[in-house]
Design a protein around this ligand. Sequence first.
Ligand code: 5RP
Length: 230
Amino acid sequence: MDGLKRQAAARALQQVQGGMTLGLGTGSTAQHFVELLGEKVRSGLKIIGVPTSEATRAQAERCGIALTTLDEVDRLDLTVDGADEINPALDLIKGGGGALLREKIVAAASDRMIVIADDSKCVDVLGRFPLPVEVVPFGFAATRAAMARAFAQSGVSGQMGVRKGKDGHVFVTDGGHWIVDAHLGRIPDPPGLAGLLSVIPGVVEHGLFIGLAGTAVLAGSQGIRVVERR
Ligand code: 5RP
């Protein structure tokens, strides 16, 4: 699986040109991309990156990649990031690594997003992977109840759990928020559910990435498939 992730990352790297400002994703697949990008930078490629998490910032710095922020630049040429699930419309579930808020801000500020993955991430219908929803700790019970109503309105239901870290404590995102993982099984209308979740005051952001990825680079045992959003 790791070899496939690296192959997808290497293919996406072919889209990178000197002078670009790049969004750098988070997670094990994006890590391969950052590592390969770092090799190119050390051979003379001139790009500048915007990391989507503190973990990616630390890795990019170790790799010698020049970094900036969305305070200094307001548009990026390209973001390359992984995903937890990808449907045929290239709608995504992201946030398994807990970085969905910065990932979505960076993707939305980019002219183009390429999602890189091994092809086990491809599904017909999103939702087998628990949907991460980033919430403010204040008023959590009320937010959770509002989320349950949004799920019911969208015709889905399932267990919701506050994510815990490896240390057993509540996982806190880079933005200081919590993540609720919603085990929905099937999300038949991702744009509809995205709209319902977005208007809940305690929801900071959710892991449905609708209409953001323009290209998916999917590596499988039969080779690499590049899918463009129609
Ligand atoms: C992090 C993410 C990751 O892109 C997603 O979890 C995929 O990770 P991996 O490449 O390790 O499978 O959304 O918030």
